[in-house]
Design a protein around this ligand. Structure first.
Ligand SMILES: *[C@@H]1O[C@H](CO)[C@@H](O)[C@H](O)[C@H]1NC(C)=O
Ligand SMILES: *[C@@H]1O[C@H](CO)[C@@H](O)[C@H](O)[C@H]1NC(C)=O
Ligand SMILES: *[C@@H]1O[C@H](CO)[C@@H](O)[C@H](O)[C@H]1NC(C)=O
Ligand SMILES: *[C@@H]1O[C@H](CO)[C@@H](O)[C@H](O)[C@H]1NC(C)=O
Ligand SMILES: *[C@@H]1O[C@H](CO)[C@@H](O)[C@H](O)[C@H]1NC(C)=O
Ligand SMILES: *[C@@H]1O[C@H](CO)[C@@H](O)[C@H](O)[C@H]1NC(C)=O
Ligand SMILES: *[C@@H]1O[C@H](CO)[C@@H](O)[C@H](O)[C@H]1NC(C)=O
Ligand SMILES: *[C@@H]1O[C@H](CO)[C@@H](O)[C@H](O)[C@H]1NC(C)=O
Ligand SMILES: *[C@@H]1O[C@H](CO)[C@@H](O)[C@H](O)[C@H]1NC(C)=O
Ligand SMILES: *[C@@H]1O[C@H](CO)[C@@H](O)[C@H](O)[C@H]1NC(C)=O
Ligand SMILES: *[C@@H]1O[C@H](CO)[C@@H](O)[C@H](O)[C@H]1NC(C)=O
Ligand SMILES: [Cu+2]
Length: 561
């Protein structure tokens, strides 16, 4: 039934008419809304007036239609983070990659095609830094006749970790572009839009999760923060990790979670402690030298029902210290695919295209050394020494229509120069990168391996790399420089986690594999917004295959430039 509906839908889409009863339809009105936080009022961009925005509930394999109406004075686009959108890059959302922005007063109808994702994803703006407040959860239930690979939880709760700035995000963003250094740190982190008890004027709104003793709750954690990986924990409760990035994992328990911007982690919380009140809390994991980050801690409350002891101060969880790289990588390194009969893995074994991508922060001289990067320089960033420059029109449109001069196809498979990527001191002449809009073209059905190598140029960072259009297997990682003889021997090809975002450790490497079976134009970028704005991005174009179901769907009516 669904398949035929989808086929009808494609034909109708071609004719520019959208009518298909099976698809739920949502309206997203983007507008400016005044919110009071931290004792002051700030105007933020919202969807339907909400921060965080509405949660979308679907079942595995559904298709939904979303009408995005821009009533704000800023450009906007909406990206469906982690939704692979088979053959449908048109509705993916990154501005200048798959579409031109939806301008003030304009509207864009997006078709969101879910396929094998199951668990938690999210949607967020993909235009300048609008995603700071324009984001929301996507809950993907199992198909109707199937169920979770763990006991059904009593209740499910999205836990969205975000930031709050007292200034409008556009002021923070424009200042960041102007000064050439790190952006101002946020004034607070938030849990479901609320900073929590440790911040001024914030106690009354603090998010509270009411629980009953003896029951189990599924927390769907989403890191929607702009610049920082986060540690998260719940006082006196260990957490059982059961999924990440809409793919189930082998369950394991941990006292804390490391979650990178873009990533989702599903955990079971067993309400098995003495009835009372307990804090859940999150704060930054920040490893980069001299980086000024938000050192505050956001909290929410777990409140047991019944006769609680008179409300003393709730217990506070132990979170690793901000620079505990071991705590960060140890947690992420424990993720494993479920890899059972009902959830098989399909790790590419015969790699047709091996890529080695360095991810670096760069710097360039600034007139009279007035920029706020190290030594008065301007900071930017790169992949394989190319610092991505936004094109003047969407790459997808240029590719589809065969318009020349918008992008090049010479993105290098390896860095242009070999050097000791993680050396403590590197020569000055390596600090510059080459600006460019280069893509890598992949054949349909080819199998891709990418080794991401973090470099210590300027200073190392943990880089959460996110690929649109695919989930990928994370087959290996390590600290230091990748050793092409020894490190591949350590790859996990049995039950590697299936992710759409993976933090490449500071001065370390991570290897991913995926099959290029989704034709289209797909962005890949660091999910720290300062790095992405500096150019730590690149694009894959996956060619059409031969079969008719291996070709991009025809375009809907796209927003004009
Ligand atoms: C915030 O705005 C509300 C409504 O406009 C106003 O009553 C309040 O005084 C403002 N608060 C601050 C701290 O400016
Ligand atoms: C950024 O921080 C500086 C120093 O605290 C402050 O002067 C400036 O106004 C801030 N900018 C924004 C946009 O909030
Ligand atoms: C929670 O754990 C802390 C130590 O981590 C302990 O001091 C406290 O008594 C515990 N609280 C409860 C209610 O069990
Ligand atoms: C973390 O930072 C503290 C100072 O804030 C420093 O003493 C410690 O050595 C650092 N630890 C690591 C692992 O870098
Ligand atoms: C690294 O972190 C893991 C997990 O938190 C811990 O078990 C281990 O002892 C830590 N190792 C070091 C050297 O700190
Ligand atoms: C690996 O892929 C290549 C190129 O597609 C093909 O020629 C070769 O037969 C494949 N090898 C195996 C073991 O599948
Ligand atoms: C690090 O920060 C300190 C204090 O802000 C500054 O004096 C120093 O020049 C910075 N070093 C670099 C390499 O940016
Ligand atoms: C700072 O920049 C100046 C001028 O570009 C250069 O001569 C000097 O070596 C730099 N010093 C450091 C510590 O980066
Ligand atoms: C690369 O740099 C690291 C860190 O400084 C150092 O331990 C290693 O010996 C260097 N490797 C080479 C080949 O120079
Ligand atoms: C990157 O490209 C720039 C500009 O072409 C060059 O100056 C620099 O040496 C290159 N750096 C590396 C690490 O390849
Ligand atoms: C908004 O989008 C239009 C094209 O769609 C572009 O010309 C304009 O520069 C954008 N505005 C900003 C502030 O990016
Ligand atoms: Cu980065």
């Amino acid at each position: 039934m669904k398949v035929s509906c989808l086929q009808v839908f494609s034909i109708l889409l071609f004719a520019g008419i959208l009518h298909c009863r099976a698809h739920s339809r949502y309206t997203f009105v983007v507008e400016e809304t005044r919110y009071t936080r931290l004792c002051s009022n700030t105007t933020i961009l919202t969807v339907n007036g909400k921060y965080p925005g509405p949660t979308i509930h679907v079942h595995r394999g559904d298709t939904i239609i979303v009408d995005v109406i821009n009533k704000a004075k800023y450009n906007i686009t909406i990206h469906w983070h982690g939704v692979m959108q088979p053959r449908n890059p048109w509705s993916d959302g990154p501005e200048w990659i798959t579409q031109c922005p939806i301008q003030p007063g304009a509207k864009f109808t997006q078709t969101i095609i879910f396929s094998t994702e199951e668990g938690t994803l999210w949607w967020h703006a993909h235009s300048d830094w609008a995603r700071a407040t324009v984001h929301g959860a996507v809950v993907i239930y199992p198909q109707k006749e199937t169920t979770y690979p763990f006991p059904k939880p009593h209740a499910e709760v999205p836990i969205i970790l975000g930031n709050w700035w007292k200034s409008t995000i556009y002021d923070v963003y424009n200042e960041f572009l102007r000064i050439g250094g790190d952006p101002n740190a946020s004034d607070a982190y938030t849990i479901n839009g609320q900073p929590g008890d440790l911040y001024p004027c914030s106690s009354p709104g603090t998010f509270t999760l009411n629980v009953d003793y003896g029951l189990t709750y599924l927390l769907r954690l989403i890191n929607a923060a702009m610049q920082d990986m986060l540690f998260f924990a719940v006082a006196n409760h260990s957490l059982t990790v059961v999924g990440s990035d809409a793919s189930y994992t082998k369950p394991f328990t941990s006292d804390y979670i490391t979650i990178s911007p873009g990533q989702t982690i599903d955990v079971l919380l067993h309400a098995d402690q003495m009835p009372g009140r307990y804090y859940m809390a999150a704060k930054a994991y920040a490893s980069t030298f001299n980086y000024t980050f938000d050192r505050t801690t956001t909290t929410a409350i777990i409140q047991y029902s019944g006769n609680c002891p008179p409300s003393s101060t709730p217990s506070f969880p132990n979170l690793p210290v901000y620079n505990d790289t071991n705590a960060s990588v140890s947690f992420t390194g424990r993720l494993r695919s479920l890899a059972d009969e009902n959830h098989p893995v399909d790790v590419p074994m015969n790699i047709t295209q091996k890529l080695f991508y360095t991810v670096s922060v760069n710097s360039s001289p600034c007139p009279s050394r007035t920029c706020s990067g190290p030594n008065g320089t301007r900071l930017y960033s790169s992949v394989n020494n190319i610092s991505f420059v936004n094109p003047s029109m969407a790459i997808l449109e240029a590719y589809y229509k065969g318009i020349n001069g918008v992008f090049g196809t010479h993105f290098p498979d390896v860095p242009p120069m070999e050097f000791n990527y993680t050396a403590e001191y590197l020569p000055f002449d390596l600090q510059a990168a080459q600006p460019g809009t280069e893509v890598k073209v992949l054949d349909y059905g080819s199998t891709i391996e990418i080794v991401f190598q973090g470099t210590s140029l300027i200073f190392g960072a943990d880089n959460p790399m996110h690929l649109h259009g695919f989930s990928f297997y994370v087959v290996g990682w390590g600290l230091g420089t990748f050793n092409k003889d020894k490190d591949p021997l350590t790859y996990n090809l049995v039950d590697p986690p299936l992710q759409n975002t993976i933090a490449v450790p500071i001065d370390g490497w991570t290897t991913i594999r995926f099959k290029a079976d989704n034709p289209g134009v797909w962005f890949m970028h660091c999910h720290l917004d300062r790095h992405a704005s500096w150019g730590m991005n690149t694009v894959f174009i996956v060619r059409n295959g031969k079969a008719s179901n291996a070709r991009m769907l025809p375009p809907p009516r796209m927003p004009p430039c």
